[in-house]
Ligand binder design. Structure first.
Ligand code: GRG
Length: 294
């Protein structure tokens, strides 16, 4: 199977498993479950769950990585729903559809995001009952990553930095926590499920790869915001400049942002190459993430 076939096979599997694991829209309170389903079914590239599956596949074992892949996607989707709210980025378009608060209402969107968080942790608790130490380890990684010093902290810093003087150190902090932390955690969780948690050298290499891949991803995101249309992106284009956000593009220009994305991708590839195992899918995924169009 080539890269594109495997990517799309995993995307389909993630989508089907999400459908099976989450309450359907006719479960009471229907409106809440319809809003959760709406945002998850809207699609998205499913990059974070695929990173979990791909990292597990490097040194695979009998353990199923899918519950962790779904848990990561639930946290990611909640963060997008909340990020789009009027109190935050105030966006109208997400994953090619109206944002959750536009399609439903603000209160429902807040609650849909809230509900996705315990769903994520329940997926981990239930999915790894046969190996409680692994389950607790995964809960701990995801809780820390989604918490006040990573995802939420990065978002807070992003919001309070709007319209402020550009500052590369601050921008790095925002990207590290808002974006790279979830990408790194996805790789780390897949690797731990594959039983590689005790291998400190390899663990630090996969963390290094995740960090670099996360920063590359954000630099590409900054570029796409200025070079693509809302139609191509499936979300509001030119949003960063309208919100007065500092990005690599506003700080250093398009050319430098492109170089930065390529440089971080190269660093990620270098760290991955030190791991061994069959790296072909993960290496192709780094190129796909660098060259993505949405
Ligand atoms: C609200 C706690 C909280 C956090 C929000 C996710 C996020 C933090 C903000 C979204 C805005 C943004 C541009 C974030 C950085 C990059 C990012 C996470 C983009 C969206 O991820 P994709 O492109 O989306 O993987 P899909 O829809 O494909 O899953």
């Amino acid at each position: 199977m080539n890269f594109k076939e495997k990517l799309s096979q995993w995307q389909v599997q993630v989508n089907q498993s999400l459908k099976k694991c989450l309450p359907s829209g006719d479960v009471h309170p229907e409106r809440l479950h319809q809003a959760i389903r709406y945002s998850l079914d809207a699609g998205g590239k499913r990059l974070r769950p695929i990173l979990v599956l791909a990292a597990h596949e490097l040194f695979p074992n009998e353990q199923n990585p899918m519950p962790a892949a779904l848990a990561v996607e639930c946290i990611h989707t909640y963060s997008l729903i909340h990020d789009d709210l009027p109190a935050m980025d105030n966006s109208d378009l997400r994953r090619g559809l109206s944002t959750c608060h536009k399609a439903f209402d603000e209160a429902t969107a807040i609650l849909a995001g809230d509900a996705l968080q315990p769903i994520a942790f329940e997926l981990l608790a239930r999915g790894y009952r046969d190996d409680p130490l692994l389950g607790m380890d995964l809960v701990s990684i995801l809780a820390q990553t989604a918490g006040s010093q990573k995802l939420v902290g990065g978002q807070m810093q992003d919001l309070i930095s709007e319209g402020k003087q550009p500052d590369a150190e601050n921008l790095y902090y925002i990207h590290e926590n808002k974006t790279a932390a979830m990408i790194r955690a996805s790789l780390e969780m897949g690797f731990r499920i594959g039983g590689m948690g005790e291998d400190d050298d390899r663990m630090s290499k996969i963390q290094e790869a995740g960090t670099a891949l996360g920063h590359a991803f954000q630099a590409v995101d900054d570029l796409l915001d200025v070079t693509s249309s809302s139609e191509e992106l499936g979300k509001d284009a030119h949003h960063d400049s309208e919100q007065g956000k500092v990005t690599w593009v506003t700080l250093k220009g398009e050319h430098a942002a492109r170089e930065l994305a390529a440089d971080y991708t190269e660093r990620a590839r270098h760290a991955l190459e030190a791991l061994g195992g069959d790296l072909s899918f993960l290496l192709d995924l780094t190129s796909y993430m660098l060259n993505r169009k949405n």
